[in-house]
Design a protein around this ligand. Structure first.
Ligand code: PLP
Length: 389
């Protein structure tokens, strides 16, 4: 069967989250009760003002093809938003709107990375990074994120990992799956290593930039000389509970946008016009629903971290951003995959840390995009399951 597929498909990976979800759904079909802590999406509804804006846009016939890079109204709103949140002056021409934030990863790597180039990326980290690096025949160079550094960067390690073959450095803050954040000093360590290199770029995945519990979000684009070397990725999925709408964007130097436009034209043509108008409302309308969501996440973070630390064999750092706990499970005597499977059979769906790369061994990812009631139920089930193990 494999032989019918193109050679390149052999190097493309996948996101385990979707597979675990499918397994959990299959068990539910057999009548099992499962608490879902595997899913990386807010459990809130998209705010009403955003939904209303989409309906208005449909009725106003925003239902046709639009420019590949996005409608002018949204590109302007994003440029204004970037100024407000990062104090960074960008023009609408530097904004590329896409169907979710994820395509910006694909386009950045397709547009900039040659076979044999080295690409640095966080590990544990979002699995799509490694998958796409392999897909284009580049060399993945993992940057381990360690618990002892609160899942931030080891500056010396990064310095050594940057070589003359480095083409792209992928960073993600706040980070999925660890909840770690990069401080200005961390970002400076990266910038110092490449600021004099015209041939190296940074893909800064800031999709969780608004979901932060301590301090404020720092973007590498704010450091001297870095704006022109960075493709900033952000979007609407997490902040506005809009995962299914598929709306995100990249911000980049003006001369890069035509290549991104070409990739969009050759794949999905453009992002849905009425979805983009809903995006304008999300950025410019009232922000109180989103603030309520973050307050609720903060509450759940307390519950899940405290609960996990009360379970024998498990310890958990407090995530500083995003909505994932990443507990150390080495004391349970099981590896990440074994424990993940064991918990699934005991009614809790979680992701093994190794879904996010080899440095995720010894950890699990638990999403707290679920109610306090369900989180407590999951914690009780985990404690009980480990007790009887
Ligand atoms: N970047 C990270 C780190 C993520 O965790 C996700 C989604 O899980 C994305 C990007 C993709 O977001 P989107 O749904 O906007 O494509």
């Amino acid at each position: 069967m494999d032989s019918v597929f193109a050679e390149r498909m052999k190097s493309l990976g996948t996101e385990t989250g979707f597979e675990v979800l499918a397994k959990a759904r299959a068990l539910e079909k057999q009548g099992k009760d499962i608490v879902h802590l595997e899913i990386g999406e807010p459990d809130f509804d998209t705010p009403k003002n955003i939904k209303d804006a989409a309906v208005r846009a449909i009725n106003a016939d925003y239902t046709h093809y639009v420019p590949s890079v996005g409608v002018p109204e949204l590109r302007q709103a994003i440029a204004d938003h970037i100024f407000k949140t990062r104090n960074l002056n960008v023009s609408p021409e530097e904004v590329v709107v896409t169907s979710g934030g994820k395509p910006i990863m694909f386009y950045t790597i397709l547009a900039l990375v040659n076979p044999g180039d080295e690409v640095l990326y966080p590990n544990p980290g979002f699995s799509t990074y490694e998958s796409l690096i392999n897909f284009v025949g580049a060399k993945p160079v993992p940057i381990p994120l360690e618990e002892k550094n609160d899942f931030s960067l080891d500056h010396e390690y990064v310095k050594k990992a940057i070589t003359k073959r480095t083409k792209l450095i992928i960073i993600n803050s706040p980070e999925n799956p660890t909840g770690g954040i990069l401080t200005r000093e961390d970002l400076k360590a990266i910038a110092d290593g490449i600021v004099n290199r015209d041939d190296v770029f940074v893909l800064s995945d800031e999709i969780y930039s608004r979901i932060i519990y301590e301090g404020k979000h720092e973007s590498i684009t704010a450091l001297p000389g870095m704006k022109d070397k960075t493709i900033l990725l952000d979007g609407f999925s997490k902040t506005y509970a809009m995962t299914g709408w598929r709306l995100g964007y990249g911000v980049m130097r003006k001369d890069l946008t035509p290549k991104f436009a070409q990739l969009i034209t050759n794949s999905n043509s453009c992002t849905s016009a009425f979805t983009q108008m809903a995006g304008v409302e999300a950025l410019t309308g009232p922000q109180n629903e989103e603030e309520k969501m973050i307050t609720e996440f903060r509450k759940r973070r307390e519950v899940i971290v405290k609960g996990l630390n009360n379970i024998k064999g498990i310890t958990c750092n407090k995530p500083r951003g995003a909505f994932y706990a990443f507990p150390n499970i080495k004391g349970t005597g099981m590896n990440s995959r074994e424990l993940g499977e064991y918990l699934m059979n005991n009614g809790i769906a979680v992701l093994p840390g190794t879904s996010f790369g080899k440095y995720g061994e010894g950890y699990l990812r638990l999403s707290f995009a679920n109610s306090v009631e369900n989180i407590k139920k999951a914690l009780d089930r985990i404690a009980e399951a480990l007790e009887k193990h």
